[in-house]
Design a protein around this ligand. Structure first.
Ligand SMILES: Cc1cc2nc3c(=O)[nH]c(=O)nc-3n(C[C@H](O)[C@H](O)[C@H](O)COP(=O)(O)O)c2cc1C
Length: 449
């Protein structure tokens, strides 16, 4: 639920609580900590940078993280190459009007703000989305040099204009991407002209890290939740019984898992098609669907299900010519169209084709059954055999159920009593000439078949 919006006509000025405002010739980005992130980067980057802009058509605010590369003391580049990203959509609108785009760049801030900034809710102001995350109207204040607004608790804000009138003509990068590569090579991007920098008293310069040899352990993780949400809601609205969606960190955002309850033979393939195409982020390129008994947050279970429930010939879905991120290493970002094929792996147990469900079941190791419950009366082998017989007559029983029932009795007696009955017992599945078996088919029943 999105709470009511703040009173935008009655906002406090950001001036309150600001220790320093740098304008004109005082603007100097080298007052910020600047450093190289990856060995082949084109220059120092300021990365934990939520860029705020206003849609010139609707007046709605957008914010999202877009990296800034240092150019000179009052200018940076801004990476805005993805056609589906809002800042670029706004910038294109300003460009079409022949004016530069006013922006405010919020450095740092609470992790929840970062996650909120990743979400795009159509026809909704991003401060409403932020309020939705906090369950209260977002507290925002006016900027110094434009009518943009920023969170009231912002530590450092860079105000300026993205020079859309000049176009996407300034070389930017290379930059060690969230992919763990220099994907995108040497792109051309817009320039940001800085008009003002404001610092809060004791303001904290926060920095984000992406790329490296373990990109899944970086700040890029805040992005994954928006892709997970896109996929979850798309699956749900298509009628798929989705239980979990997960973007595992080590797939650097290009791999997604879904856990579903299949009710028809085509569910998993349909889910794969949706997962690969539904997100406005154009991710992921690779998707897996698993049954409800697979813990998709456990890499061991995921790899196990992929190894034993997946038939490459039958369970692979390939979608050619799909939109992907421009920084895919296999695409040339500067020469659109950027598209690649996408692939899905159906790792669910087939519901059709006479498959034996029991063969696919995960065989959990049983913990040792506990010792004698206190106060249990010792039984003779005869008593156990009689009691076991009526227990099995009552209903088909698995071996685990039988052992549990007689837990606490000396186990040699339990095994011997069972041995006396075994020749008169059958398995539930014995009278079934064909597949599929079910998990209960392994239970013992009275009467040998
Ligand atoms: C740490 C971090 C850095 C990012 N850097 C960029 C970037 O430089 N350029 C870009 O287009 N997207 C970047 N993103 C992704 C966008 O911020 C993300 O797609 C966001 O949803 C865009 O929102 P918007 O379309 O509402 O503006 C980054 C995300 C994170 C978490």
């Amino acid at each position: 639920m999105i709470p009511s919006r703040p009173d935008f006509n009655n906002l406090p000025s950001r001036n309150e609580g600001i220790a320093q405002i740098l304008k004109g010739s005082d603007v100097d980005l080298t007052k910020l900590p600047l450093f190289l992130h990856h060995e082949h980067d084109g220059n120092a980057y300021i990365q934990d940078t939520s860029v705020v802009s206003r849609d010139p058509d609707t007046g709605l605010i957008n914010w999202g993280i877009y990296r800034l590369m240092f150019r000179s003391k009052d200018e940076t580049n801004v990476d805005m190459r993805n056609d589906s990203h809002k800042a670029r959509i706004h910038a294109r609108k300003y460009q079409a009007r022949g004016i530069d785009m006013p922006v405010a760049v919020v450095i740092g801030g609470p992790a929840l703000d970062k996650i909120a900034s990743m979400f795009t809710v159509q026809n909704t102001d991003d401060w409403d989305v932020l309020g939705g995350f906090y369950g209260a109207p977002a507290k925002v204040v006016k900027c110094e040099t434009s009518d943009l607004t920023v969170p009231a608790n912002a530590e450092i804000v860079i105000e300026g204009r993205i020079m859309t009138t000049e176009g996407w003509v300034f070389d930017e990068g290379p930059y060690g991407e969230f992919t763990g590569t220099y994907g995108g090579g040497l792109p051309c991007n817009c320039r940001l002209k800085v008009d003002c920098i404001t610092y809060r008293k004791g303001g904290i310069y926060q920095h984000a890290t992406i790329g490296g040899l373990h990109p899944g352990r970086t700040d890029m993780a805040v992005w994954n939740s928006t892709i997970e949400a896109d996929i979850f809601s798309a699956l749900k609205s298509a009628g798929i019984q989705v239980l979990d969606v997960y973007i595992p960190g080590n797939g650097s955002t290009n791999v997604a898992y879904a856990r579903i309850k299949t009710v028809g033979g085509g569910d998993a393939k349909q889910a794969l098609g949706i997962m690969l195409t539904c997100s406005r982020q154009w991710l992921p390129k690779i998707a897996y669907v698993f049954d409800e008994d697979v813990d998709i947050f456990d890499p061991d279970r995921v790899m196990w299900a992929f190894a034993w429930r997946f038939d490459p010939g039958r369970d692979t879905l390939i979608l050619p010519g799909q939109n992907v991120l421009p920084l895919e290493p296999m695409c040339n970002a500067n020469k659109p169209p950027v598209n690649l094929s996408k692939i899905g792996f159906d790792c669910t147990i087939p519901l059709v084709g006479g498959f034996d469900v029991l063969s696919f079941a995960a065989c959990k190791v049983t913990p040792p059954l506990g010792g004698a419950p206190s106060g249990i009366a010792g039984m003779s082998e005869d008593d156990i055999a009689t009691s076991m017989e009526s227990f099995i007559k009552e209903a088909p029983r698995s071996w685990l159920e039988i052992l549990t029932r007689f837990s606490g009795q000396p186990y040699p007696l339990v095994y011997r009593a069972f041995g006396r009955l075994r020749h008169r017992l059958g398995r539930m599945a014995d009278d079934r000439p064909t597949y599929p078996y079910t998990l209960s088919d392994s239970c013992f029943v009275e009467g040998k078949k």
